[in-house]
Design a protein around this ligand. Structure first.
Ligand SMILES: [Zn+2]
Length: 198
């Protein structure tokens, strides 16, 4: 489990003050990315830190205003249409969470760098690969610039192995297919490559 960096004593805590960083939580569908994002954010809320959460407005699967994970655990969030909008919304966010980051345009990189540079803890969650097994959007670059990267895994729905792929069950060739959980299976590398596309 990811544990936030510990600061040993007042001297180093003082030194660390004002220093931001970037955390990336990535994985396939059904891997618990959003649950992990919520776990980290809720603990920050409990510590009375200022928390702001954003997600791309095209992801409107559930309630407009909430980041919802699939077990009904949710935190209120602000939908934005482009990544640069995030900077306009952040007032004095000590912690900024960004969900479904793979759907944002490339400016997400600069936004994340700017926030971390201002001393913000930025936690980004998103799919690292699309349904073809290709790196998704800006996620590879976000993983490169992050101080901490956590890859979470699902269980292969074919064989029970470790799944890192999102297998699409229908013929659509759109990279973005929203609101269609039932159209996907989490699969391991072998089951992802062996099964013929339907
Ligand atoms: Zn498998």
């Amino acid at each position: 489990m990811f544990v936030e960096p510990l600061f040993s004593g007042p001297a180093s805590a003082e030194k660390a003050k004002g220093s931001g960083w970037v955390e990336v939580i990535c994985g396939s569908m059904f891997s618990g990315k959003t649950e992990e994002l919520i776990r980290r954010l809720k603990r920050a809320v409990l510590a009375k830190q200022q928390v702001e959460i954003f997600k791309p407005s095209l992801d409107s699967r559930y309630h407009e205003e909430n980041i919802v994970s699939h077990n009904d655990n949710f935190i209120r969030s602000t939908p934005v249409s482009v990544a640069s909008e995030i900077l306009l919304h952040v007032s004095k966010g000590e912690v900024v969470g960004i969900d479904e980051a793979q759907f944002f345009d490339d400016s997400i990189l600069e936004v994340v760098q700017t926030l971390a540079g201002q001393g913000t803890r930025v936690i980004v969650a998103g799919l690292d690969m699309d349904y073809l097994g290709k790196p998704f959007g800006s996620m590879p670059s976000l993983m490169a610039i992050a101080e901490f990267v956590t890859k979470v895994h699902a269980i292969c729905m074919q064989c029970g192995g470790v799944a890192s792929h999102s297998y699409r069950l229908n013929e659509s060739s759109e990279q973005v297919l929203l609101g269609a959980q039932s159209q996907y299976e989490a699969r391991c590398r072998k089951c992802f490559s062996l099964s013929p596309k339907l």
